[in-house]
Design a protein around this ligand. Structure first.
Ligand code: URA
Length: 339
């Protein structure tokens, strides 16, 4: 009998592609069908990957074997495609903040409907945890600094000292060890005004504590005055200029409101101004020391009080030019005179 005469084989039962895969996994596909699978393996694999271990294809396919459509493989719906494709994770990734709602809220075993073809393992796939919302640094703008003159307007001496210590009105604050507010007697008979702290003053936070200070104390003692009892000592500039360079006009402008407030609060009987910078700042002139010394000037305060001002050489200058001490002595006697 030729093969042509042989009784026709019964047609293999119709199964859907998922059932075929399941049979293949059980090693029964050939026995069952005796025909090669009609679906490309790769395609089928992509669907099989949707079934969780222990989940039968029937469970993955809601209709079950008997109701399965005959067509090879149902093209994934857009949702399935998105979830099954290798790019599925990036889809979750791309979600700006939280995972998409469908993945988070889908029931594990959908009861019916088209979407029920999506295995629960896929529906519940949430991908990597949602990225935290990027921190947007909101840069709070610092309030504009209050001009020194405005800040000191109502300050008492204690508040003024705190303001000087915290001052950043010019670049000198960057290099200072200490701001030097001033030191001396209150009530104040004489206010002595120098130029700016030197190295020792910057270290110790007190005015005129170096060699110039020793000479100043000796000069004051010569007219019966002391910083402990009668004299308050300060400077136009409260922070040391680097390398003891001359103060810049903008530094003088930034700092002089502190001095003016000190004068208003201390109400000295007179002011002894030492050196060109202090004299020019206080008297608002660019005249030289030679022109300014030897006579009494007056400083009118905001309250309208006239304070006598005597100009003399800076002690540092006197240390370099001892022959000028005689003139400085004249200046001291002028200051000590009943004016
Ligand atoms: N020179 C100044 O003008 N002031 C000081 O405090 C020290 C040195």
């Amino acid at each position: 009998m030729s093969p042509m005469d042989a009784a026709p084989r019964p047609a293999p039962p119709r199964i859907n592609p998922l059932q075929r895969i399941w049979l293949r996994e059980l090693g029964m596909e050939r026995l069952w069908l005796r025909t090669p699978p009609a679906v490309p393996v790769a395609k089928a694999g992509s669907v099989a990957s949707g079934a969780t271990p222990g989940q039968t294809p029937a469970a993955a396919s809601p209709g079950g074997p008997s109701t399965a459509p005959h067509s090879p493989i149902v093209a994934p719906t857009p949702v399935e495609a998105r979830l099954d494709a290798p790019t599925a994770a990036p889809v979750a990734d791309a979600a700006p903040v939280a995972a998409p709602a469908v993945a988070r809220t889908a029931p594990a075993e959908p009861a019916s409907g088209r979407a029920s073809a999506i295995p629960a393992s896929i529906l519940n796939r949430t991908g990597p945890p949602p990225r935290p919302a990027p921190k947007v640094e909101v840069q709070e703008e610092a309030p504009p600094p209050i001009p020194v003159a405005e800040a000191v307007k109502d300050a008492n001496l204690e508040q003024l000292a705190a303001q000087v210590v915290a001052c950043a009105a010019c670049g000198l604050c960057k290099g200072r060890r200490h701001a030097v507010v001033g030191q001396g007697a209150q009530p104040t008979r004489w206010l002595v005004v120098g130029e700016a702290p030197g190295e020792q003053e910057d270290r110790q936070g007190q005015p005129f504590v170096g060699r110039s200070g020793q000479l100043l104390d000796a000069m004051l003692a010569a007219v019966g005055m002391s910083r402990e009892r009668d004299v308050f000592i300060t400077n136009v500039i409260k922070c040391r200029p680097p390398g003891n360079r001359n103060p810049k006009p903008e530094e003088i402008a930034a700092c002089s409101p502190y001095l003016m407030r000190q004068i208003a609060l201390l109400k000295p009987e007179r002011i002894l101004v030492l050196g060109r910078f202090a004299a020019q700042t206080l008297l608002g002139t660019d005249a030289t020391i030679g022109n300014l010394r030897g006579r009494v000037h007056h400083l009118k305060t905001d309250e309208g009080v006239q304070i006598p001002v005597i100009v003399s050489y800076h002690p540092a200058y006197l240390l370099r030019s001892p022959s000028e001490k005689a003139r400085a002595w004249q200046d001291l006697k002028l200051a000590a005179r009943e004016l």
